[in-house]
Design a binder for this molecule. Structure first.
Ligand SMILES: Nc1ncnc2c1ncn2[C@@H]1O[C@H](COP(=O)(O)OP(=O)(O)OP(=O)(O)O)[C@@H](O)[C@H]1O
Length: 133
């Protein structure tokens, strides 16, 4: 049974309220994704690499979970890196050593995840691909 809630506009059920909130959050997240896609060449390259790795994993019948997890990690960190860059540009339009640290460390996080993603992809995919050839 749904619980009626009182809102400024009209009475709506808890399910309607939660659904509206979820869609609102989804729209904001999609706007962030769209911004990163349009402005970050690295994000587009990493998305293409992720699609290639997943395609190869399906074709070679390799386990999908490690590839999915590493792709999600790299893409998510790239999004966080983009958010940090925007925040640094807002907070410190002038050059500042701490602004440099924030941007460089955020970029390093993406680099580390990418290096380990390549290692995971090689370890999981290469044996399966060689078996299929
Ligand atoms: N406000 C600043 N103060 C000091 N150094 C900065 C500042 N902004 C950028 N830098 C330096 O320039 C580098 C590149 O910054 P930039 O904002 O151009 O990132 P980017 O090249 O767009 O990064 P990405 O390729 O990950 O999108 C930073 O990693 C940092 O070393």
């Amino acid at each position: 049974m749904s619980v009626p809630l009182v809102s400024p506009k009209r009475e709506e059920t808890a399910a309607e309220w939660l659904g509206a909130r979820w869609w609102r959050s989804m729209r904001f997240a999609m706007a962030g994704l769209s911004f990163a896609w349009r402005t970050q060449a690295n994000f587009r390259i990493e998305t293409a690499c992720a699609a290639l790795a997943l395609g190869l994993a399906v074709w070679a019948r390799a386990p999908l979970a490690p590839i999915l997890l590493t792709c999600a990690l790299v893409l998510s960190l790239e999004l966080v890196n983009t958010a940090i860059e925007a925040l640094v540009d807002l907070a410190s339009p002038e050059l500042h050593p701490l602004a440099k640290v924030a941007k460089d460390v955020a970029a390093a996080a993406v680099l580390i995840a990418s290096i380990f993603a390549v290692i995971v992809a090689l370890a999981e995919l290469m044996p399966k691909i060689l078996l299929r050839l």
